[in-house]
Design a protein around this ligand. Structure first.
Ligand SMILES: [Zn+2]
Length: 380
């Protein structure tokens, strides 16, 4: 297993990053972009691991076996700092702290590497502070910024970074990854890869957790239960509850995995007594997990909106007779009946209503309020 194995469906990116890691004198600022679930932060992390890898032959860098590879992937390498935020914007003080860290020489690795996972969440003043640091970094320092698309980062920053664009991986590639890495049976892997619209993390969860699939089905089939205003208002409440339950389940699973990975990286098992020297690392992880809880609720709600709109997306595909795979192929008959009972114009209007609710949620409107307005407009 090398560090590149998980970057399924991203062959051109892997080739470019491998080459850069082997050359050993890479550009000092990188911008990783790609839609959620395409693995942009995983790509940055794999690249960081390959740059620090201890293998003497440059062509082998990113072996996934050595101590450096392990610790970078587990987030415990002393010279790799990763910042992810749970907030709407990254504070200027946080960026200043990173910049000060960037001045340090690497302690054990080849490079000092700073990864900012949400570079799109900065106001302009913060970006300007960062810009100066990126323009003239110390010789052994590398910056890696991640954002959904290049347009999410201001042009002055963008123009100083070497771009790495990840694409949405094809459904078949995501299914193959789930089968190979997680042992998911091929037919199931294909179904969940479609349901997740190639979002790797979501697909994996749907494959592993039957309850997550049940929740998703309840969200997707919500349109079938909308008949009057009071029903629509109830449905909005149900949506909020389902997203909440999903966020909690995802958080619990992810936290456990992260803790297990950290313990492995530290050479411990769950049963071992934690030595005082590494307690602070576990504490740090626990703190970060707590901070992230807020954000995962927001993400789960957004995901629920995405899932809900796949129902209407499939209905539209059927109404227009488009030759495209259904995201929810397992609901084929239901979707056909629904499609026959309405018009493409109505479906488009409903898709718009969901998009509008997502925008309002992004603008911090109270979730229940935004969703009630949405479910009521889905009635007509
Ligand atoms: Zn290695």
């Amino acid at each position: 297993m090398s560090v590149w194995d998980d970057l399924q469906g991203q062959a051109p990116v892997v080739t470019a990053l491998r080459r850069a890691a082997a050359e050993g004198a890479p550009t000092h600022a990188w911008l990783f972009t790609g839609p959620p679930g395409s693995g942009r932060s995983n790509a940055a992390r794999a690249f960081a691991a390959a740059l620090q890898c201890e293998r003497p032959d440059p062509a082998d860098r990113g072996c996934g076996q050595c101590h450096a590879c392990h610790t970078v992937l587990a987030g415990t390498h002393a010279d790799v700092t990763r910042m992810a935020t749970d907030k709407v914007t990254i504070a200027i003080a946080e960026v200043r702290a990173l910049i000060s860290r960037a001045q340090d020489k690497p302690s054990s690795g080849r490079w000092r590497i700073i990864i900012i996972e949400d570079a799109d969440r900065m106001v302009e003043r913060t970006t300007n502070v960062l810009l100066k640091a990126i323009e003239e970094p110390p010789p052994r320092t590398l910056w890696m910024l991640c954002a959904p698309s290049p347009a999410d980062v201001i042009v002055t920053i963008r123009s100083r970074c070497r771009p790495v664009g990840l694409r949405i991986p094809p459904v078949d590639d995501v299914a193959a990854l789930l089968t190979r890495r997680d042992g998911v049976e091929p037919a199931t892997a294909l179904t969940v890869a479609r349901m997740a619209q190639s979002h790797i993390g979501v697909a994996r969860r749907l494959a592993r957790d039957p309850e997550a699939r049940a929740r998703r089905d309840e969200i997707v089939t919500l349109p079938l239960r909308l008949s009057d205003v009071s029903g629509a208002v109830r449905a909005a409440g149900t949506l909020v509850d389902l997203a909440q339950a999903d966020a909690e389940a995802a958080t619990v699973a992810r936290n456990a995995t992260e803790k297990a990975e950290l313990l492995t990286a530290l050479g411990l098992t769950e049963q071992d007594k934690v030595p005082p020297a590494v307690r602070s690392q576990l504490k740090h992880l626990a703190d970060e997990q707590k901070r992230r809880a807020t954000r995962s609720q927001r993400d789960a709600l957004d995901r629920a909106m995405t899932d809900l709109s796949t129902f209407y997306r499939d209905v539209l595909v059927l109404q227009l007779g488009a030759r495209s795979d259904l995201v929810n192929g397992h609901l084929d008959i239901t979707l056909r009946e629904f499609a026959a009972a309405s018009s493409p114009e109505t479906t488009l209007r409903r898709i718009d209503a969901i998009a509008e609710a997502r925008e309002r949620l992004a603008a911090n409107v109270a979730p229940l309020l935004a969703l009630e307005a949405m479910t009521v407009s889905l009635l007509s």
